[in-house]
Design a protein around this ligand. Structure first.
Ligand SMILES: [Zn+2]
Length: 353
């Protein structure tokens, strides 16, 4: 081993030594189970978890997707994606929630292969995505009733997605922000009904294309929380994804105070300082036990050469956790953010009030 190789090796091993504090921590027992692409997993076994990421996406409109199925080179997708998962695992990650919504390229069979190859636990979703100006809305979401949509999603929970046998671990929705449209409200009520029957957590993307005004995403969030209350479902059954899109932080505090999960995803080196501030604010309110942080990164995009530009899952490990330490966060608080909170947020439990 030459000097440079020795230095590199010792750097790698010192990074490895820095991992165990949170990577080897386990959530307290009896949290319940989560549903991975390989079946039930005790939530206390999830370990360090990235709660909102993407591995593969097909971003063509629902119409285009229906017209033409893409010929995909699955081996190439795996060749591109797997090194990023192996890297995340080497940094301490043990579980990754793939939040790719239905009709945006959700691929249960591919996720199962990537999970097996990487050794990471991976979760996939059921539900419907209405954001992005309706680009991905399937006809059935418009046509079906609350009950029919709920039956469709409960069917995936009971019998698996399509013919894969893979069961969803989350009800993923997408909303534009602002006052809920009647379609958004219907779909949300279907998700609440699905939760009441399955115990699956509901996670809602809230955000339009472009920069929303302060209060715009929060308005949507408040309305969804009101629907939960009316249905006598606890706010803790609901995750507000992309809460960082809401620039008036009083909305985060209000949602977290009543028990909702506030997810500051979209972390990148450029947003590091902003993310630290968002998390610090909720800590000041003693609401760190309602916060999730992730990158919303990835992914192999269908139809682009070698899937296009892949954003890695590194920042949490290489920059965010060190920055939390510098900001005075204790190891136990870091474990809370990345181990205990994800276990509680995704545990399958009927959370009726
Ligand atoms: Zn996302």
């Amino acid at each position: 081993m030459n000097r440079r190789a020795f230095i590199r090796a010792s750097l790698i091993s010192s990074t490895a030594l820095a991992i165990p504090a949170f990577a080897q921590s386990r959530a307290t027992k009896n949290v319940g189970h989560v549903m991975t692409v390989n079946g039930f997993l005790d939530a206390s076994e999830m370990g360090m978890t990235l709660t909102h990421e993407h591995l593969f996406a097909d971003l063509r409109s629902f119409e285009e997707q229906r017209r033409q199925t893409l010929e995909l080179d699955v081996d190439e997708i795996i060749e591109v994606v797997l090194p990023h998962l192996e890297r995340a695992r080497s940094l301490g990650c043990r579980t990754l929630i793939d939040c790719t919504a239905t009709h945006l390229g959700r691929s249960p069979a591919l996720l199962r292969r990537l999970s097996a190859a990487s050794g990471l636990n991976v979760l996939t979703v059921t539900g419907s995505y209405l954001a992005a100006n309706g680009h991905f809305v399937p006809d059935y979401a418009k046509a079906e009733t609350v009950d029919q949509l709920a039956r469709r999603w409960i069917g995936e929970w009971q019998g698996g997605i399509e013919d894969t046998g893979v069961r969803p671990g989350l009800i993923k929705l997408g909303m534009n922000g602002g006052p809920l449209t009647s379609l958004e409200e219907k779909v949300f009520r279907a998700a609440v009904e699905t939760h009441r029957e399955t115990g699956l957590t509901i996670g809602t993307h809230i955000g339009p294309w472009g920069e929303p005004e302060p209060g715009f995403c929060g308005a949507s969030a408040s309305q969804m929380l009101a629907v939960l209350e009316k249905a006598q479902v606890s706010p803790s059954a609901w995750i507000w994804f992309h809460a960082q899109n809401e620039k008036d932080p009083s909305h985060h505090v209000r949602a977290a105070k009543i028990g909702a999960w506030v997810s500051f995803d979209g972390l990148s080196p450029e947003t590091l300082a902003e993310h630290i501030e968002l998390v610090k604010r909720l800590r000041t309110h003693e609401l760190l036990n309602r916060v999730l942080v992730s990158h919303d990164a990835g992914w192999y995009t269908a139809g682009e050469p070698r899937g296009g530009n892949f954003r890695t899952f590194d920042t949490v490990f290489t920059e965010f956790i060190p920055a939390l330490r510098t900001a005075g966060f204790k190891e136990d608080e870091i474990t809370q953010l990345f181990v205990r909170n994800p276990a509680e947020a995704f545990a399958i439990r009927k959370r009726t009030t």
